[in-house]
Write a protein that binds this ligand. Structure first.
Ligand code: UT7
Length: 347
């Protein structure tokens, strides 16, 4: 079976920012409440002409440039999004066209905020089996289009953005453990209806507010910490690794208190957790690839570092992937623990 290296990473945030002070003028909230309860200070909002595919295309081009390859070298494009440009074609197909990946297949994965990790796991299977040599995975969202801007319980949380990863068959790197879980019976805790939902006796679809993000915030908060903690523990058990073997925790960026709670329950020092939620809010499928791309640019991804990705979201869905990060794809002769730890601590 092939192993998988991360050949390139890229991320893109739309230019416009929406601060907590801006939100104070829109709903009954305060900068102080939002910072204290979520850690969020600002988020980015797509311009009217922008879509998930256009944000994703920016990130994809950056990841290709980082990998020093062309779109034509890609075998498969997988989009991860809950806010596609349309019902079809897939965002994957639109990005495939945009990068000129003329011989690539393309499709989307939707697992709400677990979408990117699910797409990454799918891509890695294609590479492990030898079906593909290079796969582009893009997590991209324009959540601002499905946020209820009159609901202070949700509108302060979300933002738009995109992150992309180029994966390549290699001798070293890739998943060590994978846990993906779902409990569809809890679907009403976090949902947004779409255009194809059930009709009432008059042939009418769901009310407008049901087609925006609806969430039981406190219930999701409790679930998130418990589910991510257990998922990481299960992935560690699969890989016969201990919590101390985690070099970097890469959690879904929904709420700083959820990240801190998960790190605490796991027994991972907070300094090992990547945090971007203060700048970008919750960008769903984009949050983990954006965090990975930023971490790489900041020199926090050392060759051979063991990353614990974890996420939760609508479904309900949750999971964790333990990932041996390799840029070179070459089996190391000696694992440089000191360097990995120094980089993970951001020093
Ligand atoms: O990708 C997954 C997406 N979902 C999540 O990650 C959400 C997880 N949940 C959360 O992050 C938190 O539950 C929230 C940030 C949504 C809410 O924080 P909380 O500490 O759980 O607050 P709460 O919902 O229990 O509300 C406490 C109070 C309430 O007022 P009363 O009833 O105590 O008078 C709310 O009405 O805070 C009020 N409140 C607000 N006040 C100012 C709720 N939203 C706001 C707001 N500004 N934006």
């Amino acid at each position: 079976m092939n192993r998988v290296r991360i050949a390139g990473l890229g991320h893109y945030l739309p230019e416009k920012t929406l601060t907590n002070l801006d939100l104070e003028r829109m709903v009954d909230t305060s900068d102080q409440w939002i910072r204290a309860r979520t850690g969020i200070q600002e988020r980015h909002i797509a311009a009217p002409h922008e879509t998930s595919s256009s944000l994703g295309l920016h990130a994809a081009r950056m990841a290709l440039a980082d990998a020093r390859i062309d779109g034509a070298d890609i075998d498969l494009v997988i989009g991860a999004t809950t806010t596609p440009d349309g019902m079809f074609p897939s965002v994957g197909s639109l990005i495939q066209d945009g990068i000129g990946a003329k011989r690539a297949g393309a499709f989307d994965v939707n697992a709400a905020c677990v979408g990117f990790m699910s797409a990454l796991a799918t891509a890695m299977q294609f590479i492990a089996t030898g079906a593909c040599a290079r796969v582009l995975v893009v997590g991209t969202e324009v959540l601002s289009r499905i946020v209820n801007w009159e609901d202070r319980g949700t509108c302060v949380l979300f933002g738009d953005g995109a992150g992309a990863v180029v994966l390549e068959a290699a001798q070293f790197g890739g998943p060590l453990g994978l846990v993906l879980r779902s409990d569809g019976s809890k679907k009403l805790a976090l949902f947004a209806e779409g255009p194809c939902g059930p009709r009432d006796a008059n042939g009418e679809g769901p009310a407008h507010h049901l087609c925006m993000i609806n969430m039981e915030g406190p219930a999701i908060f409790k679930f998130a910490v418990q589910a991510m903690t257990q998922a990481v523990r299960d992935a560690l058990t699969q890989a016969s690794l201990r919590v101390e073997d985690i070099d970097l925790l890469v959690p879904h960026q929904a709420n700083l208190r959820i990240i801190q709670g998960t790190a605490k329950h796991l027994g991972v020092p907070e300094s090992k957790a990547i945090v971007t939620v203060h700048k970008y809010g919750n960008t769903s499928s984009a949050s983990i690839p954006v965090a990975l791309s930023e971490a790489q640019k900041e020199g926090r991804l050392a060759e051979g570092a063991r990353l614990a990705l974890c996420s939760f979201g609508g479904g309900l869905a949750w999971g964790s992937m333990l990932l041996e990060y390799s840029r070179t794809g070459v089996v190391p002769t000696q694992r440089n623990e000191a360097l990995v730890e120094a980089n993970a601590a951001g020093s």
